[in-house]
Design a protein around this ligand. Structure first.
Ligand code: KIV
Ligand code: ZN
Length: 511
């Protein structure tokens, strides 16, 4: 902590990000994201909210045990019960952090918690002291800080620091702040609290007015040294400040901010794709840094400038954030070696088992599609490195549909080493095929979201289907990939069912 210009990046993709409507990640998916965040080099990974559910608890525990490098934090309300449960999961981490929070605004105290300011202050002090008994690293968050009474908030901050909090977070929970006012707010707290230099001040901004990144950076200019943010800006409601935008603003405008971070920039794009793939939250094409248009130049004048000198229209290079410009393609004659080499160049180091699965998928697709480019390869890696065991797998399907026939599907699935076949009709071929799957699995999922997109250009493009399937009140993300879009749809549906089945098996075992 010797470098006064060092800013710490606290990633909350797995906690606040996972609170995005419709997002639900399983234990393995969370671990995969945490491992990638460690490769990216974030300082803190908020792995979850352990008391929220057995799945959250297990995910935090797994990440604490397996992910080395960053601090692993877990969120706990300011109660002893929450902190006990949080510590149960966090204790295994190389560097654990208990993150406890309580609202400080009158709006929250009066309407939500129905307690007085004095009672909230006592509760916050007690929670920090209690957490400190277990863990030397304790963060306190004053929820809705930006709408709190400044004198009262300053008192809370002073007291929680005296109680042992080494990080104090001042969130703009509802995304109400604007940059100048949030910066002034951080500066006022820095000036009013006598023991402020015994703690790091953190910002955590929501994007309800589209200003989360600007507010966070304004907080940093005014003294904050930790930024809480999420990959692709996902999070509660309109989301959190976007991690990749914060990183690249600090890098590109280093002469202005003069802050140091410790990030492996080339991992940014891959991290963004992984999170988008596993959460099913698409990235808008014009999203800064990681959107598909972020480095595209359309206008003739711009293209002309770029050809003469890239600095005319490019303030950062796509390669720096891991976006590859290569047009190299593979085809059906490419061998396992070339396939592995290309994946490595793209940054994917797969286990022999995952490589085998991905290569089998590659051969299957190369038989149907002449050229396989980087986007196809990325989609294949995501598809083959399945996050849960495949209890149900598609063996065969036959679809009959057209303008004047009732869509009918015959589907054959493997369940362990046995095969089962069923037929069904539907209003369209996707419904018919999914109903045939239901008959075999006896699991009846409701498709609540369905997104189909072509992985690359061309009539022979791979179709990727991301679906959200509701089974017994919970939503599971499914993904399927094929040159045949009905097959991709069915695979996506089966993928979600496999996740449901896996979670059911896990919860029947002891956690
Ligand atoms: O937005 C918020 O206030 C939070 C806290 C729990 C840190 O997410
Ligand atoms: Zn939040």
């Amino acid at each position: 902590m010797g470098d006064n210009n060092r800013v710490y990046l606290f990633d909350t993709t797995l906690r606040d990000g996972e609170q995005s409507p419709g997002v639900s990640l399983n234990v393995e998916e969370k671990l995969e994201i945490a491992q990638q965040l460690a490769r990216l080099g974030v300082d803190v990974i908020e792995a979850g909210f352990p008391i929220a559910s057995p799945g959250d608890f297990q995910a935090v525990k797994n990440i604490a045990k397996k992910v080395k490098g960053p601090i692993i934090a877990g969120l706990c309300r300011a109660t002893r019960k929450d902190i006990d449960r949080g510590w149960e999961a966090l204790q295994f981490a190389e560097s654990p952090r208990i993150h406890t929070f309580l609202a400080t605004s009158d709006i929250h105290l009066k309407h939500k918690l129905q307690i007085s300011r004095e009672a909230a202050l006592e509760q916050a002090i007690d929670a920090v002291k209690y957490a400190k008994k277990f863990c030397p690293d304790v963060e306190f968050s004053a929820e809705d800080a930006s709408r709190s009474d400044l004198d009262y908030l300053a008192k809370v901050v002073e007291e929680v620091i005296a109680a042992g909090a080494n990080v104090v977070n001042l969130p703009d929970t509802v995304g109400y702040a604007v940059p100048e006012d949030y910066g002034n707010f951080i500066r006022s707290i820095m000036e009013r609290v006598p023991n402020i230099h015994q703690a790091i001040i953190s910002v955590h901004c929501h994007d309800d007015l589209g200003m989360a990144v600007a507010n966070s950076l304004s907080g940093v200019v005014n003294g904050a040294r930790q930024i809480e943010c999420a990959v692709n800006g996902i999070g509660e409601r309109a989301g959190n400040a976007s991690l990749e935008e914060i990183i690249m603003a600090l890098y590109t405008r280093k002469p202005f901010y003069n802050k140091n971070i410790n990030i492996t920039y080339q991992e940014i794009y891959r991290t963004s794709r992984l999170v988008s793939g596993l959460t099913g939250m698409m990235i808008q094409p014009n999203k800064a840094i990681v959107g598909s248009n972020a480095f595209a130049h359309e206008a003739g004048i711009h293209q002309d400038g770029m050809l003469k000198d890239r600095s005319t229209y490019e303030i950062m290079s796509p390669e720096l954030v891991g976006v590859n410009r290569s047009n190299l393609v593979l085809g059906k004659h490419s061998g396992r070696h070339a396939f592995k080499d290309r994946l490595q160049e793209l940054g994917y180091i797969l286990s022999e088992e995952d490589l085998g699965k991905a290569f089998a998928g590659f051969k299957e697709i190369a038989d149907k599609k002449k050229e396989i480019n980087d986007e196809d390869l990325e989609a294949l890696v995501k598809d083959r490195a399945k996050s849960v065991p495949e209890r149900f797998s598609l063996q065969y399907m036959h679809i009959s549909c057209g303008t004047s026939v009732i869509p009918t599907a015959t589907v054959k699935l493997a369940i362990e080493d046995k095969f089962f076949e069923a037929a069904a009709t539907g209003v369209g071929p996707v419904e018919a095929a999914c109903r045939a799957v239901d008959r075999i699995t006896d699991i009846y999922g409701k498709m609540i979201e369905y997104k189909l997109h072509a992985v690359s250009a061309g009539k022979d493009a791979l179709g990727e289907v991301d679906s959200k399937i509701q089974i017994e009140e919970k939503v599971y993300n499914g993904r399927g990939l094929s040159t045949d879009i009905i097959e991709a749809s069915v695979k996506s549906y089966i993928n979600a069912i496999n996740k449901y089945y896996y979670e059911k098996t896990l919860s029947s075992q002891e956690i």
